[in-house]
Design a protein around this ligand. Structure first.
Ligand code: HEC
Length: 99
């Protein structure tokens, strides 16, 4: 096995190990990481940190974006891709992250 294959195998093993912790919620929350940070901590000052926000707040805001009742720049588009059940999972995940 060459070095690149070893690295790829290790990366895959790590991904599988992480996925086993909380596969669905972690996977869904990963979509938000580009802007809101990997653990929910914000990347930039402009985008709010999701880590430790109340679950109800995240759920209500995601639904407001999705339904168009809260105007937004990007979130109204993103929120359309998630079902109620998925929003619940994502909100639960972020609400448990340390602030
Ligand atoms: C492309 C960057 C980007 C991605 C990806 C993204 N967001 Fe956002 N998010 C924003 C921006 C920017 C705002 C501010 C509202 C706006 O202008 O859209 C925001 C606002 C929010 C808010 C409102 C927070 C508050 O208290 O006002 C929530 C909740 C939220 N995002 C959740 C999520 C979730 C959950 C995901 C993953 C499914 C996600 N976001 C993915 C950029 C992003």
């Amino acid at each position: 096995m060459n070095a690149r294959l070893v690295a790829a195998a290790l990366a895959l093993a790590t991904a599988v190990a992480h996925a086993q912790e909380n596969p669905v919620a972690r996977g869904l929350a990963a979509t938000c990481a580009n802007c809101h940070g990997t653990a929910g901590g914000s990347v930039t000052a402009e985008v709010v940190s999701l880590a430790g926000l109340p679950k109800e707040h995240i759920v209500s805001q995601m639904k407001a974006f999705r339904d168009g009742t809260r105007p937004a720049t990007v979130m109204q588009q993103l929120a359309k891709g998630y079902s109620d059940a998925q929003i619940e999972l994502i909100a639960d995940y972020f609400s448990r992250r340390p602030r």
